[in-house]
Design a protein around this ligand. Sequence first.
Ligand code: 13P
Length: 334
Amino acid sequence: MSIEQLAETAQAMVAPGKGIIAIDESTGTIAKRFASVGIENTEENRRAYRELLLTTPKLNEHISGAILYDETIRQSTKDGVPFAKYMSDHGMIPGIKVDKGAHPLAGCPGELVTEGLDGLRERLQEYYKLGARFAKWRAVINIGESIPSGTCIESNAHALARYAALCQECGLVPMVEPEVIMDGEHDIETCYEVTEATLRSLFDALYQQNVLLEGTILKASMVISGKGCDEQADVEEVAESTVMCLKSTVPAILPGVVFLSGGQSDEQSTAHLNAMNQMGNLPWPLSFSYGRAMQQAALKLWGKDMKGNYAAAQKTVYERAKENGQAALGKWNG
Ligand code: 13P
């Protein structure tokens, strides 16, 4: 795989006005989402729900690709078209979550390290054959009393860089995701410091592992107040802090940055992205790779009436894609 092909895929992922829909919840996570709206967590319900999302009419107007889960990339529409083929046929790039989740980091109480490097080369080779052209790995950085530690930040950066190098060897664009978690009482300044340290460590590790940034996408968390913080930073402050933090840590050669929603409301996630893009003069496209902020309205409707609300649920997916697509251009007007 040439770097030109990786770069081309990466650029297509962040094409103007387009972003990614994350539908890569593990079976355990989707169980929680389904339970919240009273849906039984069966394989057929998971398949049907992912079909609803992926076959939303005109989704490709604002969505460049979707992140799938291992089970999902092996599933098909009810008419028997594999999801990855359905996506390529409709101009959307199939992506795949390849990490094996965040596990307690030995010696560092309260902290996590993401696992999944063993056997990753073979898994990536298989995912490529199944149609995936990018892969996601999520690291989790918690903020709390004397955490995160340097050990946690560096261990996660090292794993992210090793996965990214393997992805590029196998022809997939790595979407590197170091998520600084919103839970906690910390203020936005603390989030800024932790995000800055995390990104510095990540780009250092990517350099050490010979990862080509031209063929890499960063999936970042926004610089934002902890959910339990008494003082909540407003939209302008979140946008300015996030852009400043990214500008001081992320090389300009990167094809793009996409954000996770991380528990923000639909409106917040769109307003923040829009405000950042309205600032203008950015070295890279800033877009979205939202999971919950793309799906939660649809899931609620579908949970109430799977058949009767099918079209209405798809309509909300389209609306969320459209609004976030506008925000990726700084053209959302609330
Ligand atoms: P949220 O937007 O729900 O945070 O999910 C995005 C994602 O892929 C997290 O890994």
